[in-house]
Design a protein around this ligand. Sequence first.
Ligand code: GAL
Length: 673
Amino acid sequence: MTENPASPTGTSSAYRPATGVCYYPEHWPESRWAQDAEAMVAAGIAWVRIAEFAWSRLEPVAGHFEWQWLDRAIDTLAGAGLNIVLCTPTATPPKWMVDNMPDMLAVDAEGRRRGFGSRRHYSFSHTGYRAQSRRITTALAERYGQHPAIKAWQTDNEYGCHDTVLSYCQAARTGFQQWLRERYEDIEALNRAWGTLFWSQALRSFECVELPNLTVTEANPAQALDFRRYSSAQIAAFNRAQVEILRRLSPGRPIAHNFMGRFNGFDHRAVAVDLDIAAWDSYPIGFLQDLQCVREEPELVQDCLRSGDPDLQAFHHDLYRGMGALWIMEQQPGPVNWAAYNPIPAPGAVRLWSFEAIAHGAEVVSYFRWRQAPFAQEQMHAGLLDHRADPAPGLAEVEQVNAELARLNLRLPKRERAPIALIHDYASNWMSELDGQSVDYHALRLELDWYRALRELGASIDVIGVNADLDDYRLVLAPGLMHIPEDLGQQLMTCQADVILGPRSGVKTAQFQLPQEAAPAPVAAAFGVRIKREDALPRRMAVPARFGACESTVRVWRDELRLDENTEVLASCSDGWPIYTRRQWDGRSRCYICAWPDARLLKAMLGAAMRCAGLPVRRMPGYLRLREYGGYRFITNYGPETEQIPAAVDGERLLGERTVPPRGVAILRSPGV
Ligand code: GAL
């Protein structure tokens, strides 16, 4: 494995997937390192990520560096044949720095300064901390930038984790004012954009702009949205400053950041644009536990308690693959410690998650962490070894994955488009959080429901942003775009794909006001519908609805529509409100689903749309899922029952059987490849 590392910036257009692990040499006696490194290699692991939290070990006193231990750790790991991902340690500034510069700490929405003693204790807006971040990055890159074992970099760790995107500190206020000055130039332009006539909010100058916290009732939504945009831009700038240093001092090494799941706090695309690798951290069981509060699918939560949501990881793989080379920088290896409940994964789940990632184009799947820590915050978090250094159950599954990868010798393309695209936009997600109009309406939840329905129909999907080119797709879905930017509107009208919009599409301007033109703006005419009113319902109120033979319900949301003359009604509620409409536009379908259908109804609607677009519909039984990538068909079974691969999913069998056991995996070669 080690002589064939995935190299995301290499010139070749294909790669062989590999595995990695997160290791903390600073947690263990030096006498242990060589044994650990050899055991990693023996398990088939090719990559090791280190040092993301090691700042106080590297610089225990301001300006006094202790590199020798890291020199030796790198040499030991590299000596065993491992490829190293070296991290900048800026998620954990040392205590001396906080003592010298206490205002670098972020301030929460309640106006309280956040304290030292965990991690991510800094404000992205603080110029002094930004200078420190550049200083430590430069020092690290000067020392290790040319080291042959350093094959990739990671910037910081999980931007935004622990609610750290927004800080209401003085540095943020000053930065926000400057950002607004550049955006609006004239304070009257800001007054118009925010609608400050309302409630006497008029501002005389940029210096008197405040942050949108601690207001008596809700803050001005346009101000709150601009503050999110500003805060998001600070993360991109913070990251870019590190990237520029790494590119200069360590040329040719790909740079990653490890994003998170279920997290929209900043525009990840604006950060990823500066990176080579869009990595993310996948914790399927923890995520399922957290999501059960919102998804209300008790059966799924029970059936998949020990394997995770069958579609959530897939969604994020498809999302981040669109932003760079996909890596899983942290893959759950056993129980975690941070969810409401932390059950043990089912036997086979670690292998299942690994192949799911590979099925979506992951070049490296790296497990968090090598060995369980017996001290501090994450004692209860499993590793591939337990805290005594005995193998934990996850290790055998990783060994199996590596043995199977070696046998399969998969060669996968770096880029491959799926036939269906689902648009996910950060700004629209922020809008849905700031002006939900219903506690149950949330763009991400809607997107996940649509994504799940497609997966249950056997579809492979790209999750794309509002600037992507739509012409290469057969079917484009935009379930949650409260705002449709002008250029995207053009594409949605004229692209070669069939298009379906979801409820509340184009109901806000970029400035978070109601548009003067008819919604869904700016595409109402092309779709042949105008939104008259928006009906936000409590989730428990189900409205009967019907699509062909499928009788079911819609909940949470309905737009009341006025239809143009040539607009067909494909489905309606029992009270006559249309919920699914179609307009033919230049030979392609322009459809509008103006409600939140339940799973059965949504599946019927999207299945019909897939057929219409000439795409095969392959209903997957239970929690069996299919992902086609690089000429292979990857089948995963998240459920507790054995499932049969549908006959329509054929191909030469490379791994597993046509009967897939609980948490089992099968791989077929696609016919004709
Ligand atoms: C991630 C984080 C890791 C570790 C892990 C535990 O969010 O990046 O450092 O805390 O969670 O599951």
